[in-house]
Design a protein around this ligand. Structure first.
Ligand code: 5AD
Ligand code: SF4
Length: 441
């Protein structure tokens, strides 16, 4: 039995692909091992969204080649594979096969092919029509939470972003298949699902099979109501795209307690000039209107975002606009990135004129501002009761367990393994940097 070690970089879509790859390999008779030293095959599921993520691949391929005595087969999957294709073989002698983002369903064939021919192998082909998307319980990252892809790819072509090239055009999965999967997960005892996609609210299946009886202003809000009707305990969704964020999504959350009170709505910049250069297709005014609707919900919806500092042409004034937007939105948390040139994207043609040092300065300044906002937000939970899905033991403290609230905050508390997978009430007693602490009620 061949042993396969699989390492994943990047977003939830990659994590989800990896779960499916591991499941597929398991059914084809391979053993998935957490131990790279004893593996016959080492797979890297790669990310190309920023330069740093891409470099990680090259470092790791070098490491496994040098450290391992038995020279395992090395396969590269995912976004870097899709974009670089054959050139990966030239750049790195240690790679045996390369599988693009849509070819991951044929990973077993790639391994068998390299084994048989002893030659390098490349597959950047399309996904098969009836590719089995199931994930076995043993290969899911956490037993009580599952990722359910609903839309893959992206049609937005924001000028800085490589995703439309690495993941291709938007493809929505049929509603009936999504509902079937959610029901199956519920039957297996999964407590929380995350509907995932680059832009979930751009969900647009070819037909409305499975959703026809549900109301909704857009196919996505129909889908939300249909998924809510399955009775799955907790439903989260990410990522939303501002332009397609219809207020009916908030209405659906207001109507259904199992649609969680958390919206991740990346804005990328607080300046209209920069948003235009990024070709985001909306203004700050439009974005604020969406935020106002979210904030008015009685569900106390938590709000998170992604932001890029140092995009070409970003002046101090533009950066000030971003800070002002942060003050306005009072985000529960924000992922801040320094602009990173991605070859082949439209903005790679622009002059990357904000020096790295200045990008870092803006990054730190914004991070500090966000920390203050976040501390205030977290402090507002003191003495309140929250519902926590208990996920695992805390990595920092042996006596503590950890999980997320419905609004996606991390909560630690004293408890034992018998709480795993349960949804419990916790009273918040302390807040520290990113984490809430509490006592089980
Ligand atoms: N440089 C920096 N950050 C980027 N992101 C996407 N492309 C780039 C880039 N070229 C960020 C965006 C996106 C998140 C997933 O990664 O903020 O929302
Ligand atoms: Fe990239 Fe924009 Fe698509 Fe998001 S919406 S994946 S940032 S192109």
């Amino acid at each position: 039995m061949k042993k396969v070690y699989l390492e994943t970089f990047g977003c939830q879509m990659n994590v989800s692909d990896s779960e499916r790859v591991a499941t597929l390999l398991e059914t084809k008779g391979f053993e998935i091992t957490p131990n790279e030293d004893s593996a016959d095959v080492i797979l890297f599921n790669t990310c190309s969204v920023r330069e740093k993520a891409e470099h990680k691949l090259y470092t790791r391929v070098g490491q496994v080649r040098n450290s391992s005595k038995q020279k395992p087969m090395v396969g590269v999957l995912g976004c870097v594979a899709q974009l670089e294709g054959e050139t990966l073989f030239e750049q790195n002698r240690g790679i045996d096969f390369v599988l693009g983002t849509k070819a991951v369903g044929r990973v077993h064939e790639a391994i068998e092919e390299v084994d048989r021919t002893n030659k390098r192998f490349l597959d950047l082909g399309e996904r098969e029509e009836n590719y089995d998307w199931s994930v076995s319980d043993s290969q899911r990252q956490t037993p009580h939470i599952a990722f359910v892809p609903i839309i893959e790819g992206c049609n937005k072509f924001c000028t800085y972003c490589i995703v439309p090239f690495s993941r291709g055009r938007e493809r929505s999965l049929p509603g009936s298949e999504i509902i079937r999967e959610v029901l199956e997960l519920k039957r297996k005892g999964v407590k929380e699902i995350h509907l995932i996609g680059q832009n979930v609210n751009s969900y647009r299946p070819k037909s409305d099979t499975g959703l026809e009886t549900f109301s909704g202003a857009t196919p996505f809000s129909k889908l939300l109501r249909a998924v809510a009707a399955t009775g799955m305990e907790r439903i989260k969704f990410t990522t939303s795209f501002p332009r397609d964020f219809h207020p009916d999504i908030v209405k659906a959350i207001d109507e259904h307690q199992n649609l969680c009170n958390w919206v991740h709505l990346p804005v990328q910049s607080g300046s209209d000039k920069i948003l235009k250069a990024m070709r985001r297709g909306h203004t700050i005014e439009n974005y604020k209107q969406r935020i106002d609707v979210i904030k008015q919900s009685p569900r106390n919806i938590s709000l998170t975002t992604d932001i890029i500092v140092g995009f070409p042409g970003e002046t101090i004034e533009d950066f000030e606009d971003t800070k002002n937007l942060f003050e306005y939105c009072q985000y529960d948390s924000a992922y801040i990135f320094r602009y990173s040139v991605r070859k082949g994207t439209p903005s790679a043609e622009l002059n990357d004129d904000v020096p790295l040092k200045e990008k870092t300065r803006r990054f730190l300044e914004l991070e500090n501002l966000q920390k203050d906002i976040q501390n205030k937000v977290l402090a507002s939970y003191l003495n309140k009761e929250v519902e926590v899905l208990v996920e695992r033991k805390s990595s920092k403290n042996e006596d503590q367990m950890t999980g997320h609230t419905t609004c996606h905050k991390v909560v630690n508390f004293i408890g034992s393994n018998d709480l795993l997978g349960k949804i419990i009430n916790v009273k918040i007693t302390e807040s520290k940097s990113n984490t809430l602490f509490g006592v089980v009620l």
